[in-house]
Design a binder for this molecule. Structure first.
Ligand code: TXA
Ligand code: MG
Length: 340
């Protein structure tokens, strides 16, 4: 068949006999089908250890444009290029500085994204015109098998419509993109996106994520967390509204327990979001529990933001800003319509 010309056509019709058969278990046959689709310039959603990605052949500008338009993503927000290992970066980046090499050695495959100087081979649309490209090696057998089978680096943002919470399950992807071909790898392991690091002087975390800052600093002692202003300047994605649930979200600081109790009492249709350990602070409510330990809380966050439970508004109780929870708080703050 001739290549599809409709950039918004994500129905996967050309690759699927039945339009409803789009959540595919990652069998060798469906991996082949997905890899063929990628090579034809069609978008494919796939599981990673962090969240689901919406992939396109990173070397095909037209395919990458389709991902931007499907997501409704602003053109100034660059994508992460996924590869199977350091070797696959050849031709894509101009150099891998020693600090980047040390981090890659320790954390790849894994939820670490490195911002490196790019070559001309990386299309402008991938990097939003920046002189750098963000790269990572996902720690997920399906993602790695897909990239290997396609034989090309895969540019993939999180597989949500722009501004919505990131998808941690195949069903979340299907909710945002009915008809899209999705390789279903089950719930994502971390449930929180990769940590993004730029190797400047000093090296900086541009986006907190699934690898806690403290852990990265053990490998790279000079590492700092970029100020908000700098993260916005260097990482355009940080300027945009993200993770917004379908209804308002009000985030209450940990010192505002009394105010949160009052808000809950005043609006019986409000839904409380909190860590399991904090639930007893709000007797008489049936909270959406994020989880117990930090990894479970991180894992539960985006699913909770997409909760189908009835309620006019989400009221979230802040978490202590330590380790992994610092990244969870970053997401909650950016998801919030208001902080009290
Ligand atoms: O875990 C993840 O990182 C997931 C999975 C699918 O790999 N992907 C993901 O992609 O979260 P996305 O597009 O939702 O977020 C990419 C982030 C944005 O904050 C963007 O600004 C930043 O990476 N980024 C991409 N290229 C960059 C570059 N050249 N310089 C600075 N920041 C960049
Ligand atoms: Mg995203």
């Amino acid at each position: 068949p001739p290549p599809s010309t409709a950039p918004l056509d994500l129905t996967g019709r050309s690759i699927s006999d039945s339009p409803s058969a789009v959540l595919l278990p990652p069998t060798p046959a469906s991996l082949r089908r997905a890899a063929d689709a990628l090579r034809r310039g069609e978008p494919v959603a796939f599981p990673t250890e962090t969240v689901y990605g919406l992939g396109a052949n990173a070397l095909d500008p037209e395919a990458v444009r389709r991902v931007f338009s499907a997501k409704g993503r602003p053109g100034d927000n660059p994508l992460i290029v996924h590869v199977t290992g350091l070797q696959m970066l050849r031709g894509l980046v101009r150099s891998v500085p020693p600090a980047a090499r040390a981090l890659a050695k320790r954390f790849w495959p894994g939820p670490l994204t490195l911002v490196l100087p790019r070559t001309r081979r990386v299309p402008d649309v991938v990097t939003a015109g920046l002189p750098t490209v963000a790269v990572r090696v996902p720690d997920h057998p399906v993602a790695l098998a897909l990239i290997a089978a396609a034989g090309v680096p895969v540019a993939a943002p999180s597989a949500n419509r722009s501004g919505r919470p990131s998808p941690t399950r195949a069903a979340h992807v299907a909710d945002d993109f009915p008809g899209l071909l999705v390789l279903d790898g089950g719930p994502a392991h971390h449930g929180l996106e990769s940590t993004v690091v730029a190797l400047g002087d000093p090296p900086r975390v541009l986006r907190l994520g699934a690898i806690p800052f403290e852990e990265l600093r053990a490998t790279l002692p000079g590492l700092v967390v970029a100020t908000r202003a700098r993260a916005r300047a260097e990482s355009p994605g940080m300027r945009h509204r993200h993770y917004a649930p379908a209804r308002p979200l009000v985030l209450f600081r940990r010192s505002r327990v009394a105010a949160l109790r009052e808000a809950l009492a005043a609006d019986p249709s409000a839904l409380l979001l909190c860590a399991n350990a904090d639930a007893p602070l709000f007797p008489g409510t049936r909270p959406v529990r994020l989880g117990g330990e930090p990894p479970q809380i991180a894992h539960g966050l985006f699913d909770a933001l997409r909760t189908r439970r009835r309620g006019s508004v989400l009221l979230a109780y802040a978490l202590p800003r330590r380790g992994l929870l610092r990244a969870v708080m970053d997401r909650l703050e950016r998801a919030a319509t208001r902080v009290v």
